[in-house]
Write a protein that binds this ligand. Structure first.
Ligand SMILES: *Cc1c(COP(=O)(O)O)cnc(C)c1O
Length: 429
């Protein structure tokens, strides 16, 4: 089995747990910065390159601020996410609004912040004009969905024709034509065609498609593309046998396409963007939970104090998340366990038939790669409460960056004028 070790030690976690009881998410500041720097370095050949971190992956302002210090902007889909970007001092063209089914209000909020607005459909041209009272921004981005299957070197990795996102190539040309008529002079192109892509040629192939379309917009409409946004979708090595994507190779592959397609067409000044969430943050975070029950029936169960409310990917997608029994890293994986949470749903299992070292009540488990689409997808089913988030700083200390929910938080929405149950929201009352 390949090595997949936590970025913290058992002693460090026990020390943190003495102050902030399990379960909690922990993020490594060192890894966040390292990954941001590796991405920026991979695209340093493109002077305009920006990573717009997909805020939905890890909407914690402390983390967004660390990324902002590393030069990243924010990719937002809602007014709430725009508020996070704004609170972190991310403004103007460093914010991207990439959403579908967008309410007018969110367009207005994005425009107030100076964000780049990415249109998901042709009807949004008129919606945007209406929402902004006819005052369109100088640049508008168009989200493209070429249909069919999307293929990389390791086969079909996405099915754009089955995706609700984006407009057809024909619609994108039509949108550019209409927007040009409304005074928009510059365009961005965006596409997101595969999720958790392990293939190093995903971005290169995607960029070749978008670069080709940029050339068409220029030649057929005289519409100038200034930005090509390759969006998210680069995968991580969730399983020990997965090979991590070489981000430098990805950057070099995109450069090849850029020099072959854009430069000869006279479009060698196009800025590139990414909106990575998972690649940026997943490996930089883990869910830390303690074994609180052992049960043997038809399988061996370890019951832990976290549940799908803290990390729902295994329950919803059957996703694999590697698990380390802290302090037993060197012991052989001789036992076959199901690691389960407390929700009244059989899907609430972090692992099934997983070979692990022998573990008992009191052991700490580190659930890997939970830094993206982990805490953020949390929910309150069964009245369970979302856990705290901690940052392991570069100096080795821990910082609480979001406290755990309390019953008062859960009941807060019952506290309104005329409610008969306001008292639930005020536990002391
Ligand atoms: C979810 C999302 C992302 C991030 O995707 P990852 O798979 O986490 O990289 C980026 N852009 C948009 C528009 C998204 O919806």
């Amino acid at each position: 089995m390949g090595e997949k070790l936590p970025f913290v030690t058992k002693d460090q976690l026990e020390h943190a747990a003495a102050t902030w009881p399990t379960p909690f998410h922990v993020y490594s500041e060192r890894l966040i910065r390292e990954r941001a720097r590796a991405l920026v370095a991979a695209f340093s050949w493109n002077p305009g390159f920006t990573e717009y971190f997909a805020v939905k992956a890890t909407p914690n302002p402390t983390i967004v601020s660390i990324l902002a210090e590393e030069g990243c902007g924010c990719d937002c889909a809602t007014a709430t996410e725009l508020a996070i970007a704004s609170a972190c001092g991310v403004r103007g063209g460093r914010i991207m609004l990439s959403s579908n089914d967008t309410p007018d209000e969110d367009y207005r909020r994005a425009r107030e912040l100076g964000a780049i607005i990415n249109l998901d459909s042709l009807d949004m041209v008129d919606c945007l004009a209406r929402a902004l009272g006819g005052e369109l921004p100088p640049m508008v981005c168009l989200r493209v969905n070429p249909g069919g299957d999307f293929t990389a070197s390791n086969g079909i990795i996405g099915e754009p024709a089955d995706s609700k996102f984006g407009m057809t190539v024909g619609q994108a040309l039509e949108a550019a034509r209409r927007l040009s008529g409304m005074g928009v002079a510059e365009f961005g192109l965006h596409a997101f065609l595969a999720s958790n892509a392990q293939a190093e040629d995903y971005y290169p192939r995607l960029s070749r498609m978008l670069f080709g379309l940029a050339v068409r917009l220029w030649r057929e409409l005289g519409a100038r593309v200034r930005l090509v946004d390759l969006s998210g979708g680069i995968g991580v090595d969730y399983r020990p046998e997965d090979v991590p994507v070489d981000i430098a190779a990805v950057g070099a592959g995109v450069r090849g396409a850029y020099e072959e397609v854009l430069v000869p067409a006279g479009l060698g000044d196009v800025a590139l963007a990414a909106e990575l969430g998972r690649w940026m943050l997943a490996p930089a975070g883990g869910l830390v939970t303690r074994v609180i029950h052992e049960k043997v029936t038809y399988r061996d169960y370890l019951g832990v104090d976290a549940c799908a409310s803290n990390l729902m990917r295994p329950a919803v997608y059957g996703a694999y998340h590697h698990i380390t029994v802290m302090g037993r890293e060197a012991e052989p994986a001789t036992r076959r366990y199901n690691v389960v949470g407390r929700l009244c749903e059989n899907s609430d299992q972090f692992a099934r038939d997983r070979m692990l070292p022998e573990a008992h009540v009191g052991d700490l488990l580190f659930i890997h790669d939970a830094g993206a689409h982990g805490h953020s997808m949390g929910y309150n089913y069964n009245g369970t409460l979302r856990s705290a988030e901690l940052l392991l700083r570069e100096d080795g200390s821990f910082e609480l960056i979001r406290r755990a929910e309390t019953p008062g938080d859960y009941f807060a929405t019952l506290d309104f004028p005329g409610s008969r149950f306001s008292a639930l929201a005020r536990p002391e009352g």
